[in-house]
Design a protein around this ligand. Structure first.
Ligand code: GDP
Ligand code: MG
Length: 176
């Protein structure tokens, strides 16, 4: 079966590992070693068709800037995570997006499968980024936007279903 590769990227502490682990085995991690970088595989069904997704949980773009380009080269799809409670992490995904375009567009990819994720939606009182800002970014980038909570398990599955749909679509376009 075709293995789709996606990378989960974003600033340290936004919940990349919590989202990944929540999706992979349904549990919530209160604490996870920020230096651990791991890849997981999950077989699941999207639109009644089986798929196999490999998810690379990257270890924070702040600390390991040089690894960033390598992750981008190795991945076909991207889940860009920021924290709804930390505006600077929202600004950071814009820089990552620029790096993705710089690397992927010359390879002949017109559209790169991408999902923007605003995480920690359960922390209602601490919100610093408005829903409309995430939605606007998704419009500009022609991608999708979800607000998630790894803690309450809100909207986690739809994120990964969406990336699989986009990866399938990009396979079809490439074959034309
Ligand atoms: P990473 O560095 O991006 O992998 O972030 P982690 O997954 O390690 O999460 C960093 C911290 O944020 C941990 O203490 C998590 O428990 C917490 N966290 C992650 N997701 C959520 C969430 O949806 N809601 C809340 N309230 N905390 C979260
Ligand atoms: Mg992590």
């Amino acid at each position: 079966m075709r293995v789709f590769q996606c990378a989960v990227m974003g600033s340290g502490g936004v919940g990349k590992s919590a989202i990944t682990v929540r999706f992979i085995n349904g549990s919530y991690l209160e604490w996870y070693d920020p230096t651990i970088e791991d890849s997981y595989r999950k077989q699941f069904s999207v639109d009644n068709q089986p798929c196999l997704l490999e998810i690379l949980d990257t270890a924070g773009i702040d600390q390991y800037l040089t690894l960033n380009d390598m992750f981008i080269r190795e991945s076909e799809g991207f889940v860009l995570v920021f924290s709804l409670c930390q505006r600077d992490t929202f600004e950071e995904i814009i820089r990552t997006y620029e790096a993705i375009r710089r690397i992927k567009l010359p390879e002949g990819n017109q559209i790169v499968p991408l999902v923007i994720v605003g995480n920690k939606s359960d922390l209602i009182d601490e919100r610093e980024v408005d829903s409309t800002e995430g939605e606007k970014l998704a419009m500009d980038w022609k991608c999708t936007y979800y607000e998630t909570s790894a803690r309450t398990s809100t909207n986690i599955v739809p994120v990964f279903e969406d990336i699989v749909r986009q990866l399938r679509r990009s396979d079809l376009i490439r074959r034309q």
